[in-house]
Design a protein around this ligand. Structure first.
Ligand code: ADE
Ligand code: ZN
Length: 319
């Protein structure tokens, strides 16, 4: 069997995909027309995180009704099923919607409906991770967390995304402490080559006590922090194709080195509608760039299942 077929056929767990980042152009155009809203069409050409985010958030204005959020998540879940994803943990950015007048339950209700249907009809299991926008205030994040509490059963964890410059993990220490006390799992983006990357990784790990880190490959610069990742079993959700757009390369060598040193590295797609690759394409891109063996590709999937926020009975059934 050739490598493409091997990777395509592997059962997969995807732990780092932003639902709003799965908004493909066709759906964007259809929703914008249906809702009568004028939305700038993303043109690509991103060179860094800031230039990506500048196209990413305005495009979300196409999403207005609960059906829109349902259709977005359903389209991703159909694609995931076609790539043999058996479990996915899906980031969503409620503040990007509530901030323009879309009620929190509208967003969550649409996403939840798609997840329930996907489990029934596609055999894909999925959970939601609520991401706070780190360029907004900690007070705004805290009030979003309060808004989410009645829906706790539908949200497995919280994360932190958007523009990292000047927005360190410590800014959200109280929000994450409260989220932990409420029973949520914790993750945070530590985007690559940001000012203060290593300090952000250190703080996320040691001050906040996150369960996972999204991206975080700058950790290779600090062997003591790599050792902490290994000892605590804190995994990294890496997105090679996304890296190739928002940094100077895919960081394939760093990802492979961390995998080979025993860190629980996984591979995912981040914002596939923007970066042009779902999980299969990300695995193939990494395999080609870092010469991964089939055993290493299987290890990436095993890692993903081990660090997934799954009930033990589900994990055991999938491992
Ligand atoms: N939102 C969507 N994708 C993101 C990324 N890679 N980093 C930060 N925020 C994001
Ligand atoms: Zn991301």
């Amino acid at each position: 069997m050739d490598l493409d077929a091997f990777v395509a056929g592997m059962p997969k767990t995807e732990l780092h995909v932003h639902l709003e980042g799965t908004l493909e152009r066709d759906l964007l155009l259809r929703l914008a027309a249906r809702n009568g809203v004028d939305v700038p069409i993303p043109e690509g050409g991103f060179t860094d995180l800031t230039s990506f985010l500048a196209q990413y958030y305005p495009a979300m204005r196409a999403l207005v009704t609960e059906d829109d959020f349902f259709e977005l998540a359903w389209a991703y879940l159909e694609k995931a099923a076609s790539q043999h994803v058996v479990h996915a943990e899906l980031f969503f950015d409620p503040q990007a919607h509530t901030g323009r007048g879309v009620p929190f339950p509208t967003v969550l209700g649409g996403y939840r409906r798609a997840i329930l249907r996907a489990e029934r009809e596609l055999g894909v299991h999925a959970d939601l991770i609520l991401c706070f926008l780190r360029d907004l205030t900690a007070e705004h994040a805290m009030s979003t967390l309060m808004e989410a509490l009645p829906f706790k059963a539908w949200i497995v964890g919280v994360g932190l995304d958007s523009d990292e410059r000047g927005n360190p993990p410590a800014k959200f220490a109280d929000v994450f402490a409260r989220a932990r006390a409420e029973g949520f799992q914790l993750t945070m983006h530590c985007d690559i080559d940001q000012p203060g990357s290593i300090e952000h990784i250190r703080s996320a790990l040691l001050d906040i006590g996150v369960d996972r880190i999204d991206h975080g490959t700058n950790v290779v610069e600090d062997p003591a922090l790599v050792a902490v990742l290994r000892e605590r079993g804190v995994g990294l959700t890496c997105c090679p194709i996304s890296n190739g757009f928002v940094t100077d390369d895919m960081k394939a060598q760093e990802i492979a080195a961390l995998l080979r040193s025993g860190v629980k590295v996984t591979v995912a797609s981040d914002d596939p509608a923007y970066f042009g690759g779902y999980v299969t394409e990300n695995l193939l891109a990494l395999a080609a760039a870092a010469d991964l063996t089939r055993d290493e590709l299987v290890q990436l999937q095993r890692n993903a299942l081990e660090i997934a926020w799954l009930a033990p009975f589900r994990r055991d059934a999938l491992l």
